[in-house]
Design a protein around this ligand. Structure first.
Ligand SMILES: [Zn+2]
Length: 87
């Protein structure tokens, strides 16, 4: 992961970037606005779509956490695609 990508994710996450899993990349935690709860945001590798671990996302497939960071997440996905293309 590049410093640029880390810096981008650090803008929206306390945890910073976490290691990829077999199924997900660009993993990091975001803090709930209404509590100290942390929700895990990630990109599913098979679809390249973002997911959030909060109850709202699990029920509705979208949530306020993803909405709040959408521009940053989009930039991060594009940056990662560029970096993957260079490998
Ligand atoms: Zn959420």
């Amino acid at each position: 992961m590049s410093d640029k990508l880390n810096a981008l994710i650090n803008q929206v996450s306390d945890s910073g970037l976490l290691p990829d899993t077999n199924t997900h990349k660009l993993r990091f935690d975001v803090r709930s606005a209404s509590s100290n709860r942390l929700y895990r945001v990630s990109i599913r590798k098979s679809t390249n779509q973002p997911e959030c671990g909060c109850p709202g996302f699990i029920r509705h497939r979208h949530c306020k956490h993803l909405d709040a960071i959408a521009p940053t997440l989009k930039s991060a996905v594009e940056l990662l695609a560029l970096e993957e293309g260079k490998q």
